[in-house]
Design a protein. Structure first.
Length: 546
């Protein structure tokens, strides 16, 4: 690079040509952000190195004015956030058709880079939380050209139809223009590392669209390519979809109702296919110019709520196969969490080899613990609470401490998984004990409040506690977390397991710095490894058998 610059000044007439050559050479030696699969684990690669997203998603309107964001960047850095999930608003970048204005995007990317923060761009395009509220005014006001869906009462909704080609082509054009511009200004810096396509896609009021174009497709045969995929992957389909198909006798040809039955479930499967196809077309248009990792996020359905009352046909677990088939340009299906059952939904979203990324979760005091758990147990590529700039107090404190631990542990978390074994736990009053096995050792991991003698009122609500545990050799372990107690036993029932050595400390520039050697009361005379609630810490310990 230095020699290129020197040559540039020697040959003034070739200034711009050589500048371009230098930048091109740098870019070629520095692959763009991408996902890399190794040993059944997926890692995000940025600047040719594995990268773990300690994220925070901005409130919906926060990125609409650059000045509003100016004091926010430092606040996010203080929280140990390394990646900001930031909306890009179609209505602002294309106020007139085919006339693009990226000034706001440019300033936000520049400010993120200046603050050493990465960005995940959220494309608020055709749909945001089901609605078409972020499309430009020239689209909103032309309902003849950009056809709307209709609700169960036959009235137009502010949802552009997935069967409207004019809307699709406009979205593809705008998204491709955005991705081309991001590549032009940021391919070398790699401030932008990933993109969300649309936001919480889903049909409301009805489970599927009911205007004539939709009903015509619904009464046609299921596309041959989809049926071939279902037959090929019959043994590995998610149970919810396989059951619908099985009830119809695993037919290999027919209409949507003939293949999946009548009722709302079949309606949702049909609509999911066409939502996924639409999103895939948009994703392909963007990837054709700048092939960054892309994902779609889902508004999760609640128990007992019917399709259409929740956003039907989004990238939900029951239609995961449909989305994965119809949207191959989408790298991940990602859940947005506004419910407490983290384990249940993470289990569903790690089926079918889907890479887990949590782009949005209600920002409360449990987020710090959940970040450790989802990364440790599910090998998530990242975690991101919502409206991160608007919350204060304990949620911020817990997340900052959790991200500090993850920052120190990242070199181990991101190693080849064939070298180490990693897992995690999430504990509360209802799930107070978990058991994990690491080689020849069994770990019984309990919420600190189970000790009984720590002064906690047993009828009170227990704070969520968590730990991420990394095995670095047969007998050596690193643990980061808060509020857990670990007792050890041997997989060989003729032997006992004991603590040979335990230290509390921190990693500085990947070098271990002991703070205390723990023994006596701190390990209950060798009986356990303990981290008290509220103390977010790292310990390294060695076990032995006797």
């Amino acid at each position: 690079m230095k020699s290129c610059i020197q040559a540039m000044f020697r040959k003034n007439g070739l200034l711009w040509m050589l500048a371009f050559a230098c930048l091109s050479s740098t870019a070629q030696n520095n692959s763009i952000p991408h996902l890399e699969k190794n040993n059944n684990t997926v890692r995000l690669i940025v600047h040719n190195k594995p990268f773990l997203i300690h994220g925070g998603e901005l409130g919906n309107s926060s990125a609409s004015v650059n000045e509003y964001m100016l004091p926010v960047w430092q606040k996010l850095k203080a929280m140990r956030v390394n990646t900001v999930l930031m909306p890009v608003y179609w209505e602002l970048i294309e106020p007139e058709e085919n006339k693009f204005d990226f000034a706001l995007v440019d300033s936000l990317i520049a400010n993120a880079h200046a603050n050493e923060l990465h960005l995940v761009l959220l494309w608020f395009g055709t749909w945001k939380n089901s609605m078409s509220c972020y499309v430009p005014q020239w689209m909103k006001t032309n309902t003849k050209r950009f056809e709307r869906t209709i609700d169960k009462n036959g009235r137009n909704m502010e949802i552009i139809s997935a069967f409207n080609n004019e809307g699709l082509e406009a979205d593809k054009k705008a998204f491709a223009a955005l991705m081309s511009h991001v590549k032009q200004i940021d391919a070398v810096n790699q401030t932008v590392i990933m993109v969300q396509v649309e936001n919480e896609v889903g049909m409301l009021s009805t489970a599927k669209e009911t205007q004539p174009a939709s009903l015509k497709k619904f009464n046609e045969e299921v596309p041959k390519e989809l049926m071939q995929y279902l037959q090929k992957n019959k043994d590995n389909l998610v149970p919810e979809l396989k059951e619908r198909w099985q009830q119809q006798g695993f037919k290999t040809k027919g209409t949507w109702q003939e293949i999946f039955g009548t009722g709302l479930a079949a309606d949702e499967i049909f609509q999911a296919y066409y939502y996924a196809w639409y999103v895939n077309e948009v994703s392909k248009a963007g990837k054709a110019v700048y092939d960054l990792p892309m994902y779609v996020n889902a508004a999760l359905n609640r128990p007992g709520v019917l399709p259409g009352d929740y956003p039907s046909a989004g990238p939900l677990p029951q239609v995961m196969d449909i989305w994965q088939f119809a949207a191959p340009a989408v790298n991940m299906l990602s859940p947005d969490f506004y419910n407490p059952d983290t384990k249940h939904w993470c289990d569903l979203y790690t089926r079918n080899n889907n890479t887990l990324f949590i782009p949005e979760i209600r920002f409360d005091s449990t987020c710090g613990a959940k970040a450790l758990y989802t990364i440790g147990h599910y090998h998530s590529i990242g975690f991101s609470p919502f409206s991160i700039e608007n919350v204060e107090g304990k949620p911020v404190d817990n997340l900052q401490k959790s991200y500090t631990l993850l920052q120190q542990l990242s070199p181990y978390i991101l190693q080849e998984k064939s070298i180490i074994k990693m897992n995690g736990v999430l504990l509360d009053k209802n799930n107070s004990i978990d058991t994990l096995t690491f080689g020849k050792y069994i770990f019984k991991i309990s919420h600190d409040n189970t000790l009984g003698w720590n002064g906690h009122k047993q009828d009170a609500v227990w704070d969520a506690t968590s730990a991420i545990i990394i095995q670095t050799s047969d007998d050596d372990f690193i643990i980061g977390g808060t509020g857990v107690v670990i007792n050890f036993s041997s997989t060989d029932t003729t032997l006992n397991a004991g603590i040979a050595h335990d230290e509390k400390g921190l990693f500085e520039n990947e070098t271990w710095k002991p703070i205390l050697v723990l023994n006596g009361d701190q390990t209950h005379q060798g009986r356990h490894v303990r981290m008290e609630p509220g103390d977010w810490e790292i310990q390294r310990f060695k076990l032995y058998q006797y």
